[in-house]
Design a protein around this ligand. Structure first.
Ligand code: NAP
Length: 282
């Protein structure tokens, strides 16, 4: 019920029109019967938006492109993981004190942890953008040996140095996948509408490999389809999306996220053609 005691949470980013976050969060509030609402704001000026969070007493915000890095400047506190990443995707407002978090890395680790262990495993991470950075920071203390590959080798070098990865390189080094236990695609390659693309030649996939594609639209990317055909274990990108939202939900509300309801809402939405997720829509 929308009354004067309702707590407001929001998404701030640009674009946000087709984001799935309002659906997932509101489904969770409804399932628990708690007086919260989640709305999205298309934001050009991040400073004014964060002033608005304070001024209006908004309880929490998800932060998406292009503000994940610049928002850090305007909050009061930042948790250790988000500080290490240098970017936030979550703001929690406790009595006007705004604290930033980054739930992407934790969500990726939880997603991986459901399917495989990490200690002693050789992980090839493709990409060196925002998502790859959050995942690499998450993997840093997992005991896995990390190899970072990226189209632009300089970015792979920087990321590898930041997280003490064992090796890095450009995409010519992709044959290292032969010796890997886990492969993570943290690039947009394979995302709708170019869903017929994959960076990883099928010949490099092998049955001992676990393949995690963080692209979530389509759910079955070409990489995951080919990985299944080669007998690999596969991990869907939508799970990471779900878990990062669930972690935000818990930070905002203090309640355990009702995962089955949120997952059902998300997968239903991803199955609908009206959701044109051709850009990052969290
Ligand atoms: P980003 O910061 O823009 O980084 C993109 C990365 O992909 C860069 O390393 C870039 O390489 C590489 N790349 C882009 N196009 C490429 C191509 N055609 N060939 C080879 N490499 C290419 O993006 P991001 O925020 O990290 O997001 C990456 C993807 O992950 C997006 O599809 C996003 O929707 C998805 N994502 C999913 C979740 C989830 O919860 N499942 C969470 C976050 C992001 P260069 O450095 O050479 O440009």
């Amino acid at each position: 019920m929308v009354d004067a005691s309702i707590k407001i949470c929001c998404l701030i980013g640009d674009p946000v029109e087709h984001s799935l976050s309002p659906l997932i969060h509101n489904a969770g509030y409804e399932a628990l019967g708690i007086n919260f609402i989640y709305v999205s704001f298309r934001v050009k000026d991040i400073k004014r938006a964060i002033d608005g969070i304070r001024g209006l007493g908004i309880r929490g915000a998800s932060v998406t492109m292009p503000h994940k890095v610049s928002a850090v400047e305007y909050i009061d506190d930042i948790d250790e993981v988000a500080r290490e990443i240098g970017a936030i995707n979550t703001i929690v407002n406790n009595n006007d004190v705004l604290t930033g978090f980054n739930t992407d890395g934790g969500a990726a680790l939880k997603t991986l942890g459901e399917v495989t262990t990490l200690r002693g495993k050789r992980v090839v991470l493709i990409g060196s953008g925002g998502a790859a950075l959050a995942i690499a920071v998450g993997l840093r203390r997992s005991g896995a040996e990390l190899v970072v590959l990226n189209r632009t080798v300089e970015k792979a070098r920087r990321l590898a140095k930041l997280v003490d990865a064992g090796d890095f390189g450009n995409l010519e080094k992709l044959p290292v996948v032969f010796t890997a236990d886990i492969l993570i695609n943290a690039t947009p390659v394979g995302m709708w509408p170019r869903a017929d693309e994959s960076l990883i030649p099928k010949e490099l996939l092998h049955s001992g490999l676990t393949v995690f594609d963080i692209v979530y639209n389509p759910k079955e990317t070409r990489l995951l389809v080919e990985a299944k055909e080669k007998g690999c274990a596969v991990i869907y990108g939508y799970k990471m999306l779900l878990y990062q939202a669930a972690m935000q939900f818990e930070l905002f509300t203090g309640y355990q996220a009702p995962l089955p309801v949120m997952e059902h809402t998300l997968t239903e939405a991803l199955g609908e053609e009206r959701y044109d997720t051709s850009f990052d829509r969290r």
